[in-house]
Design a protein around this ligand. Structure first.
Ligand SMILES: *Cc1c(COP(=O)(O)O)cnc(C)c1O
Length: 352
């Protein structure tokens, strides 16, 4: 037998959101926080045009996309590092610190990729339980020590949907020693409507140890193409650029992301519709008697506990795929009005 690293025997593999179908064929995928909209014609056109060059390697530096992001957000190109989805940028961060003894601090429950990436990079996970549905920032600050290299702060948090307010986040950042990089994972930033929730880009400029992670997968609807990015000051961004696997961001992803930034107004209108549906779904669930934490993302969270898998199974028989995190709860993406209605009917029928 070839010998592999021991951690691979105990590591839990990433379990992706699945699709399900009802006996009559109805199928609503509310398990992966994807955009419910078809790609924009202008984006499909850019991809079709880009397909003519796929005999060539992509631009390894993603120069045009980097420039487009820099222009859009008013940041220097040197502050940007791209990856094949923000998950791979996170992986690059883990690999940048993965020396024996290195630790990462993050809340739990949070994004299920964090423990996987930590294990893969040989970084020890130090998890701090959520306080209710929110980050326990005091607990996280106390969990930091000399071995800590990274802290992940997922805001809005996947899967609970809660986001951290400016005062609390700034107070936390002020407590973190400078040798520790704080990664603000803002995969759902475009869905935030609470004005007290800060834009991470306003926090990294005067802090050398803060990085912001963003993605084209959710609000921009490019989950299938894999492109995300980090914005941080030069030393951090340069380090992440060094760790990229050559040509990781493919040509179609690059041209589609550029086209999406051009079509941003249209895409953000769609985000606004999802936000309105989010309000409708949450209010309907509360009217049904469920407890639903306020959510700033494109999903809602139901802390169902031991009956989590039963709930997911009941939804599946109606063709509604949700994301169970047993034994804690279920995360349900906001989809089309029709999909949301199908989910609300399941929730109403489930004993609670
Ligand atoms: C979806 C998600 C991402 C983005 O993943 P991509 O690799 O960019 O598709 C990152 N962080 C969190 C918390 C997410 O939920």
């Amino acid at each position: 037998m070839p010998r592999f690293r021991q951690i691979l025997d105990t590591m839990t593999a990433y379990s992706p959101g699945k699709a399900v179908a009802a006996p009559d064929g109805r199928s609503y995928k509310l398990s992966s926080n994807e955009s419910p909209y078809d790609p924009l014609p202008s984006v499909v056109e850019a991809i079709a045009e880009g397909a003519r060059q796929i005999n060539r390697y992509p631009d390894p530096g993603s120069v045009r996309l980097t420039e487009a992001i820099a222009e859009r957000f008013g940041v220097p190109v040197g502050h940007i590092a791209l990856g094949a989805g923000s998950v791979t940028v996170a992986q690059q961060l883990f690999e940048s610190v993965g020396e024996p003894g290195a630790e990462v601090v993050y809340a739990w429950r949070s994004f299920e990729a964090y423990p996987l990436l930590a294990d893969l990079a040989g970084v020890k996970s130090v998890t701090v339980p959520l306080a209710g549905e929110d980050h326990d920032l005091d607990g996280m600050a106390e969990a930091i020590n000399d071995r800590t290299r990274l802290v992940f702060v997922c805001t809005p948090n996947n899967p609970t949907g809660t986001a951290i307010h400016r005062g609390a986040l700034e107070a936390f950042l002020d407590r973190v020693p400078e040798h520790v990089l704080v990664v603000l994972d803002e995969a759902y930033h475009e869905y935030v409507r609470d004005e007290d929730v800060p834009d991470g880009l306003t926090l990294y400029r005067d802090r050398t140890n803060v990085a912001v992670l963003r993605t084209f997968s959710k609000a921009y609807g490019l989950a299938g193409l894999r492109v995300g990015y980090l914005i941080a000051q030069e030393p951090v961004a340069t380090t992440v650029r060094k760790t990229i696997v050559p040509f990781a961001v493919n040509h179609l992803a690059q041209v589609a992301a550029i086209a999406s930034l051009r079509a941003e107004d249209e895409l953000l209108e769609r985000v606004e519709r999802v936000v309105k549906e989010r309000t409708r779904v949450r209010e309907a669930l509360i009217a049904q008697g469920w407890t639903v934490p306020p959510t700033e993302a494109n999903f809602v969270w139901l802390r169902i506990g031991e009956r989590t898998l039963d709930f997911a199974a009941a939804c599946a028989t109606e063709g509604v795929a949700v994301r169970p995190f047993a034994p804690e709860g279920v995360r349900v993406s906001i989809g089309s009005p029709e999909a949301n209605d199908a989910f609300l009917a399941c929730a109403a029928a489930f004993p609670h």
